[in-house]
Design a protein around this ligand. Structure first.
Ligand code: NAG
Ligand code: NAG
Ligand code: NAG
Ligand code: NAG
Ligand code: NAG
Ligand code: NAG
Ligand code: NAG
Ligand code: NAG
Ligand code: NAG
Ligand code: NAG
Ligand code: NAG
Ligand code: NAG
Length: 403
């Protein structure tokens, strides 16, 4: 399958058809379907502010019917699969054309961020060879058919994003049988009910985003904030060994978490537990703080309000770390010098009992945001690097002149 990567251009139509001929020619059914699709569009030439944007479908015509492979934005090759990318257009609140179901070999369909509105047609769910479906960031709803009916036949799906689609239903448990799933994105979908815990066992899952579904419950985590999850964190989470992003912030998890289980998820780069009612236990050992430890390579780590009493030593060799939130803990002592050996840009340690930075002039080249307010810093005000644009050292015991 060939994918096109483009900058988002309004009214840029990209279509890739891939056919089973040595010298691929368009099948008449295919060109008819494409022309039907074209006829369902109203093209506004000046819709995009990008001077390079132009409507690709304008050149499609029935005269060239026999070879739609030569049409602008259409590509064909010997594989019997098709992809269609209409993302970042402005369809002005139109319905998704049900005629898309006339392209049954579609494996890739991206209609995201294109101002489609209304009910998602059932016909889309007949595209049972789809491995990529992105309908996010529109004004769509999925009520009749409902979520369950719609996804039931999409069993080959790898990437499914329905973020910002008004779904307003529970999550069907059979999704746990969709073993190809690598990415499931259901942000702000009005989901409710118990999230099926078996989905956490999907072997290939890398991204699971359930942000902003305030009525979704379960004793298992959701990934991204603002759901109603509660109870202890299950140790089986660590079986999600391919996971790259795990955001469990702002839920109602409670109890003690052994942080070592996350250190075994080697591909984790973005991790958040802030704002629960958790006590995070970090059992440092010689291995976890050694240079050659095979730990995850964190970029963003958020452990605010996690009842930490010391600065986590395993961060010593996290050279790629750019954002660190350790606010509202009970950390004592000085912030270790090695923190400036990371790529830190955002450091938030407000509401702790830290007494200083170990050095007066902060050497970081990349620091942009520093909040150490409400601590026990004493002596002279630390001097931030010139890159800093947010600096809060209020509510400490600092003295002397401001440099
Ligand atoms: C685009 O063209 C239409 C007329 O075809 C005009 O009414 C509209 O104001 C134009 N929009 C922009 C952004 O230039
Ligand atoms: C977009 O939709 C609005 C409201 O339905 C309509 O008034 C307007 O004419 C449409 N614009 C185009 C370019 O079709
Ligand atoms: C769906 O995929 C299967 C296996 O790749 C293939 O044999 C079949 O022809 C495809 N269906 C369509 C309608 O293209
Ligand atoms: C799903 O596939 C089954 C068997 O092919 C078919 O009977 C059913 O109508 C399909 N469901 C939808 C919603 O397309
Ligand atoms: C998953 O598939 C298995 C085997 O086909 C079946 O027994 C089970 O009921 C399915 N689970 C769900 C939740 O649909
Ligand atoms: C959550 O459920 C409550 C009670 O049923 C309802 O009032 C509220 O609108 C729901 N919130 C969302 C975002 O669906
Ligand atoms: C996880 O990391 C390993 C080793 O770094 C890599 O081979 C593998 O492809 C990664 N998995 C994913 C899903 O990125
Ligand atoms: C140190 O912690 C790591 C990470 O949890 C663990 O894999 C390792 O077995 C521990 N080593 C010792 C000697 O306890
Ligand atoms: C924080 O940890 C201490 C032990 O270090 C424990 O006594 C206390 O209950 C924990 N607080 C919370 C809110 O879990
Ligand atoms: C890690 O480094 C230490 C020395 O710093 C060395 O003794 C040890 O063998 C290394 N371990 C691995 C797994 O490379
Ligand atoms: C700080 O953490 C405590 C628990 O340790 C919690 O009760 C409180 O709400 C947190 N404050 C903020 C602002 O997050
Ligand atoms: C920071 O990194 C440099 C170069 O790797 C090293 O020499 C130095 O000891 C490190 N500083 C700290 C405080 O770990």
């Amino acid at each position: 399958m060939r994918l096109f990567s483009t900058t988002p251009l309004l009214h840029l139509l990209i279509l890739s058809c891939l056919f089973s001929h040595v010298h691929p020619l368009c099948h008449p059914d295919e060109s008819a379907a494409l022309l039907e699709l074209k006829d369902s569009f109203i093209i506004r030439q000046n819709a995009s502010v990008d001077p390079l944007a132009y409507p690709k479908v304008a050149s499609w015509s029935s005269k060239e019917k026999d070879d739609c492979c030569s049409w602008d934005g259409v590509e064909c090759d010997e594989h019997n699969s098709h992809s269609l990318n209409l993302a970042h257009n402005d369809f002005n609140g139109s319905l998704i054309p049900y005629q898309l179901s006339h392209l049954p070999s579609l494996t890739y369909l991206d209609l995201s961020d294109s101002i489609f509105a209304g009910q998602i047609p059932l016909e889309i769910s007949q595209l049972s060879n789809l491995s990529f479906l992105d309908l996010s960031q529109n004004q769509l709803e999925l009520k009749r058919p409902d979520f369950s009916t719609f996804v039931r036949n999409l069993s080959k799906i790898k990437y499914l994003s329905l973020s910002y689609v008004d779904i307003s239903s529970p999550v069907p448990s059979f999704l746990a049988n969709f073993s190809s799933l690598t990415s499931l994105r259901l942000e702000h979908c009005g989901l409710y009910g118990e999230f099926p815990i078996d989905i956490f066992q999907l072997p290939n899952l890398q991204f699971l985003v359930l942000t902003k579904n305030t009525n979704l419950t379960g004793s298992f985590p959701e990934f991204h904030a603002e759901c109603g999850f509660h109870g202890p964190l299950p140790s089986s989470l660590s079986r999600l060994s391919n996971l790259q992003l795990l955001e469990l912030g702002r839920n109602a998890f409670s109890g003690t978490v052994d942080f070592n289980m996350f250190l075994n998820m080697k591909n984790l780069t973005i991790f958040g537990l802030s704002g629960n009612m958790l006590s995070v236990l970090i059992r440092e050992n010689r291995t976890t703080i050694s240079t050659n430890a095979t730990l995850p390579k964190f970029k963003i780590l958020s452990l605010g309000s996690c009842n930490l009493t010391t600065f986590p030593g395993f961060l010593r060799h996290q050279y790629g770390l750019t954002r660190l939130d350790l606010s509202n803990n009970s950390m004592h002592g000085k912030v270790p010098k090695w923190i400036w050996n990371t790529s830190i840009e955002i450091l938030d340690i407000h509401d702790n009992f830290c007494t200083g930075f170990s050095i007066d002039v902060l050497p970081s080249m990349s620091l942009r945001y520093l909040d150490f307010s409400r601590n026990s810093f004493m002596g002279a005000l630390p001097i931030p690097p010139p890159s800093t644009n947010y600096f809060d050292g209020s509510k400490n015991e600092l003295s002397g002149e401001i440099s």
